[in-house]
Design a binder for this molecule. Structure first.
Ligand SMILES: Cc1cc2nc3c(=O)[nH]c(=O)nc-3n(C[C@H](O)[C@H](O)[C@H](O)COP(=O)(O)OP(=O)(O)OC[C@H]3O[C@@H](n4cnc5c(N)ncnc54)[C@H](O)[C@@H]3O)c2cc1C
Length: 197
């Protein structure tokens, strides 16, 4: 479908989403979670979401919308190649209905349909039976960008350290491995496992 796409319409939709979110005070109010620090003074992340697929991105949006904004999403794959739709899935279209919503969390301009119609027009949406998987992945990429979601790509979580697991106040330590980083740790108050099937 790329040949018929309209960059101008997507830019207009991006502006509309940001205006809608601004009306909802998106990122304009400070977070309500009290910042906690390590003994050394460094700030602790409130939530690390592991996995930047459909679920992880939506979780990050939901958290930030709830003003829990000290959040980081980590994915072992590069941007644009996060999950099956851009890698090993062999079908051409999604199995799910084209009208499905979800990641938008109730904001109409953020739905897959709004993005698809901005790209290809309302007629193309009406004619289509199921959304091509590549388009759905492109929608997720746009979603990440339009919301400025903080995603660190090319970084795998290789262990979740149980140290201090019996102490509710102890941070959760993640061990990471990524491009150019042999081993690194990251501490968070809470984690969300959105690692897929
Ligand atoms: C071939 C195929 C086709 C499908 N088609 C549909 C469909 O049409 N409609 C539908 O609703 N569902 C479909 N599904 C189901 C689909 O998996 C889910 O709907 C959707 O991908 C779930 O999103 P998710 O975010 O939970 O997982 P995913 O999209 O799988 O995302 C998980 C992410 O976690 C990352 N990750 C995993 N482990 C780590 C780690 N240790 N460290 C860092 N990052 C990590 C991965 O790189 C990935 O990006 C399909 C599944 C498959 C396999």
């Amino acid at each position: 479908m790329a040949a018929e796409s309209s960059g101008a319409s997507v830019a207009a939709l991006t502006a509309l989403v940001r205006a809608d979110l601004d009306l909802l005070n998106w990122r304009r109010r400070p977070g309500w979670v009290v910042l906690r620090r390590h003994a050394g003074g460094a700030a602790l992340l409130d939530v690390v979401v592991i996995g930047a697929g459909h679920a992880g991105l939506t979780a990050a949006f939901g958290l930030i919308r709830a003003q829990i904004d000290n959040v980081l999403v980590i994915d072992r794959n590069p941007a644009g190649r996060t999950n099956q739709w851009s890698t090993f899935a062999r079908m051409r279209t999604m199995r799910t209905l084209k009208e499905n919503t979800g990641p938008d969390l109730g904001i109409p301009s953020l739905t897959p349909r709004a993005w698809f119609e901005a790209m290809y027009g309302a007629d193309a949406f009406a004619r289509m039976e199921r959304m091509p998987k590549d388009d759905y992945q492109a929608y997720l990429e746009w979603y990440r960008e339009v919301l400025y979601l903080p995603v660190r790509h090319d970084t795998a979580v290789i262990a979740i350290d149980p140290e201090g697991a019996t102490d509710a106040d102890a941070p959760i330590r993640l061990r990471l491995r990524g491009a150019g980083v042999a081993s690194e740790t990251l501490d968070a108050r809470e984690i969300v496992l959105a690692t897929g099937l």
